[in-house]
Design a protein around this ligand. Sequence first.
Ligand code: BG6
Length: 364
Amino acid sequence: ERGGHEHFMHKEMHEQPETLQRMLSGRLDDRFATARLDGLQLEPRELRAFRRVKVLGCGSAYYVGQMGASMIEDLARIPADAEAASEFRYRNPIIEPDTLYVAVSQSGETADTLFAVREIQRKGGRVVGLVNVVGSSIARECDGGVYLHAGPEVAVASTKALTHMGIGFALLAVALGRVRDLSFADGQRIINGLKQIPDQVGEILEQEDAIATVAKRIADAQSMFFVGRVRGYPVAREGAQKLKEISYRHAEAYQTSELKHGPLALISPELPTVAIVPDDELLDRNLGACHEIAARRGPLVVVTHEGVELGDLRGDRIDVPRNEPELDPLLLTIPLQLLAYHAALALGHDIDKPRNLAKSVTVE
Ligand code: BG6
Protein backbone atom coordinates (compact mmCIF):
# COMPACT_ATOMS: atom_id res chain seq x y z
CA GLU A 1 0.00 0.00 0.00
CA ARG A 2 3.04 2.25 0.25
CA GLY A 3 3.49 1.68 -3.47
CA GLY A 4 7.19 0.83 -3.34
CA HIS A 5 8.03 3.68 -0.96
CA GLU A 6 9.76 2.98 2.34
CA HIS A 7 7.40 5.29 4.22
CA PHE A 8 3.98 6.83 3.71
CA MET A 9 5.55 10.24 4.17
CA HIS A 10 7.82 9.58 1.21
CA LYS A 11 4.94 8.34 -0.91
CA GLU A 12 2.79 11.34 0.03
CA MET A 13 5.50 13.87 -0.80
CA HIS A 14 5.99 12.27 -4.19
CA GLU A 15 2.28 12.15 -4.96
CA GLN A 16 2.09 15.92 -4.87
CA PRO A 17 2.57 16.76 -8.56
CA GLU A 18 -0.32 14.47 -9.47
CA THR A 19 -2.69 15.32 -6.62
CA LEU A 20 -2.12 19.05 -7.06
CA GLN A 21 -2.95 18.80 -10.73
CA ARG A 22 -6.18 17.06 -9.77
CA MET A 23 -7.06 19.73 -7.24
CA LEU A 24 -6.55 22.54 -9.73
CA SER A 25 -8.43 20.96 -12.59
CA GLY A 26 -11.84 22.51 -13.00
CA ARG A 27 -11.15 25.25 -10.46
CA LEU A 28 -9.32 27.70 -12.70
CA ASP A 29 -11.48 30.00 -14.78
CA ASP A 30 -9.40 31.48 -17.62
CA ARG A 31 -12.30 33.42 -19.08
CA PHE A 32 -12.74 35.62 -16.04
CA ALA A 33 -9.23 35.10 -14.63
CA THR A 34 -10.61 33.82 -11.36
CA ALA A 35 -11.09 30.67 -9.30
CA ARG A 36 -14.27 28.64 -9.28
CA LEU A 37 -15.12 27.67 -5.72
CA ASP A 38 -18.77 26.65 -5.82
CA GLY A 39 -18.50 24.81 -2.51
CA LEU A 40 -18.07 28.09 -0.67
CA GLN A 41 -21.74 28.77 -1.31
CA LEU A 42 -21.13 32.49 -1.37
CA GLU A 43 -22.48 34.83 -4.01
CA PRO A 44 -20.10 37.46 -5.44
CA ARG A 45 -22.10 40.08 -3.53
CA GLU A 46 -21.47 38.21 -0.26
CA LEU A 47 -17.80 37.64 -1.09
CA ARG A 48 -17.44 41.36 -1.65
CA ALA A 49 -18.98 42.31 1.69
CA PHE A 50 -16.31 40.72 3.89
CA ARG A 51 -13.98 43.25 5.47
CA ARG A 52 -11.66 40.83 7.27
CA VAL A 53 -10.51 37.23 6.99
CA LYS A 54 -9.56 35.15 10.01
CA VAL A 55 -7.94 31.75 9.50
CA LEU A 56 -8.01 29.06 12.18
CA GLY A 57 -6.10 25.78 12.29
CA CYS A 58 -3.69 23.79 14.44
CA GLY A 59 -0.08 22.78 13.98
CA SER A 60 1.00 22.80 10.37
CA ALA A 61 -2.49 23.81 9.26
CA TYR A 62 -2.06 26.98 11.32
CA TYR A 63 1.28 27.77 9.67
CA VAL A 64 -0.17 27.27 6.20
CA GLY A 65 -3.04 29.45 7.36
CA GLN A 66 -0.48 32.17 7.99
CA MET A 67 0.81 31.76 4.43
CA GLY A 68 -2.79 31.92 3.22
CA ALA A 69 -3.58 35.07 5.18
CA SER A 70 -0.74 36.91 3.49
CA MET A 71 -1.89 35.70 0.05
CA ILE A 72 -5.34 37.12 0.84
CA GLU A 73 -3.89 40.42 2.01
CA ASP A 74 -1.61 40.67 -1.02
CA LEU A 75 -4.11 39.67 -3.69
CA ALA A 76 -7.46 40.74 -2.29
CA ARG A 77 -6.21 43.58 -0.07
CA ILE A 78 -8.44 42.45 2.79
CA PRO A 79 -6.90 42.46 6.28
CA ALA A 80 -6.28 38.80 7.11
CA ASP A 81 -4.52 36.87 9.82
CA ALA A 82 -4.22 33.35 11.15
CA GLU A 83 -4.51 32.15 14.71
CA ALA A 84 -4.04 28.78 16.40
CA ALA A 85 -7.56 27.40 16.80
CA SER A 86 -6.42 25.86 20.08
CA GLU A 87 -5.97 29.39 21.51
CA PHE A 88 -8.84 31.12 19.76
CA ARG A 89 -11.50 28.87 21.21
CA TYR A 90 -10.45 29.63 24.79
CA ARG A 91 -10.20 33.41 24.65
CA ASN A 92 -13.77 34.60 24.21
CA PRO A 93 -13.05 35.84 20.66
CA ILE A 94 -14.92 38.78 19.17
CA ILE A 95 -16.92 37.44 16.23
CA GLU A 96 -17.84 39.98 13.59
CA PRO A 97 -20.52 39.54 10.93
CA ASP A 98 -18.36 41.01 8.17
CA THR A 99 -15.43 38.68 8.84
CA LEU A 100 -14.98 35.53 6.79
CA TYR A 101 -13.69 32.77 9.07
CA VAL A 102 -11.75 29.95 7.45
CA ALA A 103 -11.15 26.66 9.29
CA VAL A 104 -8.26 24.61 7.89
CA SER A 105 -7.80 20.92 8.64
CA GLN A 106 -6.51 17.83 6.89
CA SER A 107 -8.51 15.37 8.99
CA GLY A 108 -11.51 17.58 9.60
CA GLU A 109 -11.61 16.07 13.09
CA THR A 110 -9.16 18.16 15.11
CA ALA A 111 -11.12 18.97 18.27
CA ASP A 112 -9.62 22.44 18.78
CA THR A 113 -10.49 23.49 15.23
CA LEU A 114 -13.96 21.97 15.41
CA PHE A 115 -14.70 23.82 18.65
CA ALA A 116 -13.46 27.05 17.11
CA VAL A 117 -15.98 26.51 14.27
CA ARG A 118 -18.77 25.97 16.78
CA GLU A 119 -17.79 29.06 18.78
CA ILE A 120 -17.90 31.19 15.62
CA GLN A 121 -21.27 29.81 14.57
CA ARG A 122 -22.75 30.14 18.05
CA LYS A 123 -21.96 33.84 17.85
CA GLY A 124 -23.44 34.16 14.38
CA GLY A 125 -20.22 34.21 12.32
CA ARG A 126 -19.77 32.73 8.86
CA VAL A 127 -17.15 29.99 8.64
CA VAL A 128 -15.97 28.04 5.60
CA GLY A 129 -13.67 25.02 5.66
CA LEU A 130 -10.54 24.04 3.77
CA VAL A 131 -10.67 20.35 4.57
CA ASN A 132 -9.22 17.19 3.07
CA VAL A 133 -11.36 14.38 4.47
CA VAL A 134 -14.75 14.38 2.77
CA GLY A 135 -17.71 14.20 5.14
CA SER A 136 -15.55 14.86 8.23
CA SER A 137 -16.97 16.80 11.19
CA ILE A 138 -15.45 20.16 10.24
CA ALA A 139 -16.49 19.74 6.61
CA ARG A 140 -20.05 18.97 7.67
CA GLU A 141 -20.40 21.72 10.25
CA CYS A 142 -18.93 24.57 8.23
CA ASP A 143 -21.23 26.81 6.19
CA GLY A 144 -19.46 25.81 2.98
CA GLY A 145 -15.94 25.13 1.89
CA VAL A 146 -13.33 23.84 -0.46
CA TYR A 147 -12.27 20.22 -0.46
CA LEU A 148 -8.52 19.76 -0.80
CA HIS A 149 -8.60 16.52 -2.86
CA ALA A 150 -5.16 15.43 -1.66
CA GLY A 151 -6.29 11.83 -1.20
CA PRO A 152 -5.63 9.86 2.00
CA GLU A 153 -2.70 11.07 4.08
CA VAL A 154 -1.35 8.47 6.51
CA ALA A 155 1.96 9.85 7.79
CA VAL A 156 1.49 11.93 10.94
CA ALA A 157 3.71 14.67 9.54
CA SER A 158 1.55 16.35 6.94
CA THR A 159 3.05 17.05 3.53
CA LYS A 160 0.73 16.89 0.54
CA ALA A 161 -2.33 18.05 2.49
CA LEU A 162 -0.42 21.19 3.47
CA THR A 163 0.54 22.02 -0.08
CA HIS A 164 -3.10 21.53 -1.05
CA MET A 165 -4.14 23.91 1.72
CA GLY A 166 -1.74 26.48 0.31
CA ILE A 167 -3.27 26.09 -3.13
CA GLY A 168 -6.74 26.35 -1.57
CA PHE A 169 -5.77 29.70 -0.07
CA ALA A 170 -4.37 30.94 -3.37
CA LEU A 171 -7.68 30.08 -5.05
CA LEU A 172 -9.63 31.78 -2.28
CA ALA A 173 -7.39 34.86 -2.49
CA VAL A 174 -7.98 35.12 -6.24
CA ALA A 175 -11.73 34.65 -5.85
CA LEU A 176 -11.87 37.35 -3.15
CA GLY A 177 -9.55 39.59 -5.15
CA ARG A 178 -11.43 39.36 -8.43
CA VAL A 179 -14.66 40.68 -6.89
CA ARG A 180 -12.56 43.60 -5.62
CA ASP A 181 -9.55 45.34 -7.12
CA LEU A 182 -7.44 42.45 -8.40
CA SER A 183 -7.21 43.18 -12.12
CA PHE A 184 -7.89 40.67 -14.87
CA ALA A 185 -4.17 40.70 -15.70
CA ASP A 186 -3.14 40.02 -12.11
CA GLY A 187 -5.78 37.32 -11.76
CA GLN A 188 -4.42 35.70 -14.92
CA ARG A 189 -0.87 36.05 -13.65
CA ILE A 190 -1.70 34.07 -10.51
CA ILE A 191 -3.75 31.50 -12.41
CA ASN A 192 -0.87 30.91 -14.80
CA GLY A 193 1.45 30.64 -11.81
CA LEU A 194 -0.81 28.05 -10.22
CA LYS A 195 -0.81 25.98 -13.40
CA GLN A 196 2.96 25.64 -13.13
CA ILE A 197 3.01 24.57 -9.49
CA PRO A 198 2.49 20.79 -9.95
CA ASP A 199 5.45 20.43 -12.34
CA GLN A 200 7.61 22.76 -10.29
CA VAL A 201 6.92 20.71 -7.15
CA GLY A 202 8.08 17.71 -9.21
CA GLU A 203 11.30 19.52 -10.12
CA ILE A 204 12.05 20.14 -6.44
CA LEU A 205 11.36 16.50 -5.59
CA GLU A 206 13.94 15.52 -8.20
CA GLN A 207 16.57 17.21 -6.07
CA GLU A 208 15.93 14.69 -3.31
CA ASP A 209 19.44 13.17 -3.31
CA ALA A 210 21.15 16.53 -2.94
CA ILE A 211 18.74 17.57 -0.17
CA ALA A 212 19.31 14.23 1.59
CA THR A 213 23.04 14.97 1.68
CA VAL A 214 22.38 18.31 3.37
CA ALA A 215 19.93 16.67 5.79
CA LYS A 216 22.51 14.08 6.87
CA ARG A 217 24.97 16.85 7.59
CA ILE A 218 22.65 18.82 9.82
CA ALA A 219 20.98 15.83 11.51
CA ASP A 220 23.70 15.72 14.16
CA ALA A 221 23.01 19.21 15.41
CA GLN A 222 21.05 19.25 18.65
CA SER A 223 19.38 22.51 17.76
CA MET A 224 18.67 24.54 14.64
CA PHE A 225 17.20 27.83 13.52
CA PHE A 226 14.79 28.30 10.63
CA VAL A 227 14.56 31.92 9.60
CA GLY A 228 12.43 33.79 7.10
CA ARG A 229 10.71 37.13 6.90
CA VAL A 230 7.26 38.28 5.77
CA ARG A 231 6.18 35.60 3.26
CA GLY A 232 9.11 33.42 4.29
CA TYR A 233 8.35 33.40 8.00
CA PRO A 234 5.46 30.89 7.98
CA VAL A 235 7.64 28.74 5.70
CA ALA A 236 10.32 28.77 8.40
CA ARG A 237 7.76 27.91 11.07
CA GLU A 238 6.47 24.98 9.08
CA GLY A 239 10.03 23.77 8.34
CA ALA A 240 10.93 23.86 12.04
CA GLN A 241 7.72 22.08 12.98
CA LYS A 242 8.32 19.29 10.48
CA LEU A 243 11.88 18.75 11.73
CA LYS A 244 10.77 18.66 15.38
CA GLU A 245 7.95 16.23 14.69
CA ILE A 246 9.96 13.48 13.07
CA SER A 247 13.65 14.04 13.86
CA TYR A 248 13.07 15.06 17.50
CA ARG A 249 15.71 17.72 17.05
CA HIS A 250 15.07 21.11 18.56
CA ALA A 251 14.29 23.66 15.89
CA GLU A 252 13.16 27.21 16.37
CA ALA A 253 11.67 29.49 13.76
CA TYR A 254 12.47 33.17 13.87
CA GLN A 255 11.78 36.19 11.75
CA THR A 256 15.09 36.95 10.05
CA SER A 257 14.56 40.59 10.95
CA GLU A 258 14.47 39.70 14.67
CA LEU A 259 17.77 37.80 14.70
CA LYS A 260 19.73 40.90 15.64
CA HIS A 261 17.34 41.62 18.50
CA GLY A 262 18.36 38.56 20.49
CA PRO A 263 18.86 35.13 18.94
CA LEU A 264 22.06 36.10 17.13
CA ALA A 265 23.70 35.45 20.52
CA LEU A 266 23.15 31.72 19.96
CA ILE A 267 24.81 31.49 16.57
CA SER A 268 27.90 29.26 16.67
CA PRO A 269 29.42 26.39 14.63
CA GLU A 270 27.11 24.04 16.56
CA LEU A 271 23.86 25.74 15.53
CA PRO A 272 22.92 25.48 11.84
CA THR A 273 20.42 27.92 10.33
CA VAL A 274 18.10 27.17 7.46
CA ALA A 275 17.44 30.54 5.82
CA ILE A 276 14.49 31.17 3.52
CA VAL A 277 15.81 33.64 0.94
CA PRO A 278 13.45 34.10 -2.01
CA ASP A 279 14.37 36.47 -4.80
CA ASP A 280 11.96 39.20 -3.76
CA GLU A 281 12.18 42.79 -2.55
CA LEU A 282 13.78 41.59 0.70
CA LEU A 283 16.60 39.64 -0.97
CA ASP A 284 19.42 42.01 -0.02
CA ARG A 285 18.27 42.25 3.57
CA ASN A 286 18.01 38.48 3.84
CA LEU A 287 21.46 38.03 2.36
CA GLY A 288 22.78 40.58 4.86
CA ALA A 289 21.41 38.45 7.70
CA CYS A 290 23.03 35.35 6.17
CA HIS A 291 26.38 37.15 6.18
CA GLU A 292 25.85 38.00 9.88
CA ILE A 293 25.33 34.30 10.58
CA ALA A 294 28.33 33.26 8.47
CA ALA A 295 30.55 35.82 10.21
CA ARG A 296 29.78 34.03 13.49
CA ARG A 297 30.64 30.70 11.85
CA GLY A 298 27.06 29.45 11.95
CA PRO A 299 26.49 26.71 9.34
CA LEU A 300 23.98 27.82 6.72
CA VAL A 301 21.47 26.16 4.45
CA VAL A 302 20.06 28.76 2.08
CA VAL A 303 16.75 27.95 0.40
CA THR A 304 16.52 30.33 -2.51
CA HIS A 305 15.58 30.80 -6.14
CA GLU A 306 17.47 29.53 -9.13
CA GLY A 307 19.94 32.16 -10.33
CA VAL A 308 20.27 34.10 -7.06
CA GLU A 309 23.91 35.16 -6.56
CA LEU A 310 25.14 34.19 -3.11
CA GLY A 311 28.61 35.63 -3.65
CA ASP A 312 31.17 34.45 -1.12
CA LEU A 313 28.57 33.16 1.32
CA ARG A 314 29.64 29.71 2.49
CA GLY A 315 27.14 26.92 3.11
CA ASP A 316 24.65 24.71 1.35
CA ARG A 317 22.07 25.99 -1.08
CA ILE A 318 18.80 24.51 -2.24
CA ASP A 319 17.09 26.10 -5.22
CA VAL A 320 13.40 26.27 -6.03
CA PRO A 321 11.98 27.31 -9.41
CA ARG A 322 10.63 30.80 -9.95
CA ASN A 323 6.92 31.53 -9.93
CA GLU A 324 4.82 34.52 -8.92
CA PRO A 325 6.09 36.01 -5.62
CA GLU A 326 2.71 35.58 -3.93
CA LEU A 327 2.98 31.82 -4.53
CA ASP A 328 6.61 31.46 -3.40
CA PRO A 329 5.76 29.96 0.01
CA LEU A 330 4.15 26.95 -1.67
CA LEU A 331 7.39 25.97 -3.40
CA LEU A 332 9.79 27.02 -0.63
CA THR A 333 8.06 24.58 1.73
CA ILE A 334 8.76 21.49 -0.39
CA PRO A 335 12.53 21.21 0.23
CA LEU A 336 11.87 21.52 3.96
CA GLN A 337 9.67 18.42 3.80
CA LEU A 338 12.54 16.50 2.22
CA LEU A 339 15.01 17.95 4.70
CA ALA A 340 12.98 16.79 7.70
CA TYR A 341 12.34 13.38 6.14
CA HIS A 342 15.99 12.69 5.44
CA ALA A 343 17.16 14.01 8.81
CA ALA A 344 14.73 11.61 10.52
CA LEU A 345 15.80 8.79 8.21
CA ALA A 346 19.48 9.38 9.03
CA LEU A 347 18.62 9.27 12.73
CA GLY A 348 16.66 6.03 12.31
CA HIS A 349 13.32 7.26 13.65
CA ASP A 350 9.84 5.91 13.04
CA ILE A 351 8.98 8.46 10.38
CA ASP A 352 5.30 7.73 9.81
CA LYS A 353 4.43 7.41 13.49
CA PRO A 354 6.56 9.78 15.54
CA ARG A 355 6.52 9.35 19.31
CA ASN A 356 3.90 11.24 21.34
CA LEU A 357 1.94 12.40 18.28
CA ALA A 358 -1.30 11.35 16.64
CA LYS A 359 -2.48 12.03 13.10
CA SER A 360 -5.50 13.87 14.36
CA VAL A 361 -6.06 15.04 17.88
CA THR A 362 -9.75 14.51 18.51
CA VAL A 363 -9.59 15.03 22.26
CA GLU A 364 -9.20 18.24 24.23
C1 BG6 B 1 -1.52 17.67 14.85
C2 BG6 B 1 -0.74 16.82 13.87
O1 BG6 B 1 -1.82 17.04 15.99
O2 BG6 B 1 -2.66 18.18 14.17
C3 BG6 B 1 -0.22 17.79 12.82
O3 BG6 B 1 0.33 16.15 14.51
C4 BG6 B 1 -1.39 18.49 12.16
O4 BG6 B 1 0.55 17.11 11.86
C5 BG6 B 1 -2.36 19.10 13.17
O5 BG6 B 1 -0.90 19.50 11.32
C6 BG6 B 1 -3.65 19.55 12.55
O6 BG6 B 1 -4.33 18.45 12.00
P1 BG6 B 1 -5.50 18.65 10.97
O7 BG6 B 1 -6.01 17.28 10.67
O8 BG6 B 1 -6.52 19.51 11.65
O9 BG6 B 1 -4.93 19.32 9.78
